[in-house]
Design a protein around this ligand. Structure first.
Ligand SMILES: Nc1ncnc2c1ncn2[C@@H]1O[C@H](COP(=O)(O)OP(=O)(O)OP(=O)(O)O)[C@@H](O)[C@H]1O
Ligand SMILES: [Mg+2]
Length: 179
């Protein structure tokens, strides 16, 4: 079994490059079709062009969110993945119709080792938060209607965030112009 804590502690620095986020999300989501009997998956992805991402780490973050969504989903329900633009931000949403959040403060769920699952290590969301923060983005869990959880991942579409160099210190900024 993978040592979840070392996975969390040893997340390497981001290796970012322009990535078609829409394709990346479709590819990760494709791995989840049919993983749980009776749970269907719908993907609605807007063409957003390329975003500066570490594709491996972003894939990992999305997989952790999808794992949670499928684990929470009862038979006969649907997981919905959406990719859309909100101004200069790419928004990836994963909504399920499971039981919803069991705590008043969703921040608690992001703590390493918080898990309501017997076999869960509770590190999934901590890793997601770390990866999204490294990308200058955010992750939040909110109630889905009428039931379930909506996980919302947001990453800037163009410029890297301050303090996270995408070019070596002292070099000129060669980041692509904002579209
Ligand atoms: N979609 C969801 N619906 C309901 N509860 C959720 C959902 N996603 C996360 N949670 C709650 O947040 C807790 C923490 O999630 P996290 O992914 O960090 O750990 P885990 O899923 O328990 O274990 P691991 O991901 O390490 O296998 C879960 O145990 C669960 O209680
Ligand atoms: Mg999890």
């Amino acid at each position: 079994m993978v040592d979840a804590f070392s996975l969390y502690a040893k997340l390497p620095p981001l290796a970012r490059r322009p990535v078609a986020i829409n394709d990346l999300v479709q590819k990760v989501a494709a791995l989840y079709f049919g993983v749980k009997e009776g749970v269907s998956l719908r993907v609605e992805a807007e063409e957003l062009g390329e975003v500066l991402l570490d594709p491996e780490q972003f894939r990992q973050a999305l997989a952790n969110i999808l794992d949670n969504a499928f684990e929470a989903s009862p038979p006969g329900s649907e997981v919905v993945v959406r990719v859309q633009r909100d101004g200069d931000t790419a928004v990836v949403e994963v909504a399920d119709s499971g039981p919803g959040l069991s705590v008043d403060d969703p921040e608690l769920l992001f703590q390493p080792f918080f898990s309501s699952k017997g076999r869960g290590s509770g590190v999934g969301l901590a890793v997601v938060q770390r990866i999204l923060t490294d990308h200058g983005g955010t992750v939040r869990l909110e109630p889905n209607h009428p039931t379930g959880v909506r996980a919302v991942l947001r990453v800037p579409l163009s410029a890297p965030p301050p303090g996270v160099p995408s070019t070596p210190a002292g070099s000129v900024d060669r980041s692509p112009p904002a579209r």
